[in-house]
Unconditional design. Structure first.
Length: 209
């Protein structure tokens, strides 16, 4: 079963509280999403392989470490996942970015995919799928399936807030995928929204309704 990591660092929890606040407008909301994505990325990349190097400091040679050249990719689930991309790229600027477009049918709450564009060498990369909310889990399951169909063997999922139902669905469908989240809330309501959550992440990112 994939491992679930809840990142309860004080900075994460502080920023998440402001993100939830109904008084937080789109500009601050976007900034907080990027900051939280960066903090979660820090944890999600903790196991990246390193290699030994020697660098010359102003004082002399130093034995040091650097990333071993593992190829990474970031795949946001449109549209809300776009708000997290720059936060991850600030830490891993060499990562390639793919996009998966999904929307949730308002009647059935099942995901419908309308766009998928992944790096051509996706099968050689460790992919991080990002979406602020893991609610029913349907979109995450579909996105992971699309990335796997493209040949990728190493996938992580990074979300800001999750419902227990969504976590369970992803674990059941993709037990090989680790999940990194800032908080697991209490439940889903009858409309498939996380309670207490933060509302619709896409609407709050872009000022739409």
């Amino acid at each position: 079963m994939g491992h679930v990591t809840v990142i309860d660092h004080p900075l994460v929890q502080h920023k998440l509280s402001h993100l939830r606040d109904v008084r937080t407008g789109p500009k601050e909301f976007r900034e907080l999403v990027q900051e939280l994505a960066m903090l979660l990325c820090y944890e999600a990349t903790r196991d990246l392989p390193l290699t030994d190097v020697t660098v010359e400091t102003p004082i002399g040679p130093a034995h040091a470490k650097e990333l071993a050249g593992k190829k990474l990719g970031i795949v946001p689930i449109l549209r809300a996942g776009l708000g997290m991309v720059d936060g991850l790229l600030s830490l891993i600027p060499a990562a390639k970015v793919g996009h998966i477009g999904l929307y949730r049918d308002p009647e059935t709450l099942t995901p419908v995919d309308y766009y998928c564009k992944l790096p051509p060498d996706v099968q050689e990369r460790d992919i991080i799928i990002v979406d602020p909310m893991l609610a029913t889990g349907g979109s995450a399951v579909e996105a992971i399936s699309l990335v796997k169909k493209a040949g990728c063997k190493s996938i992580k999922l990074v979300n800001l807030i999750a419902a227990p139902e969504g976590v369970r669905i992803v674990q059941e469908a993709h037990p090989d995928v680790d999940i990194f989240i800032a908080a697991i809330d209490s439940r889903l309501n009858e409309h498939g929204y996380i309670v207490p959550g933060l509302g619709d992440a896409g609407d709050r990112l872009y000022g739409t309704k």
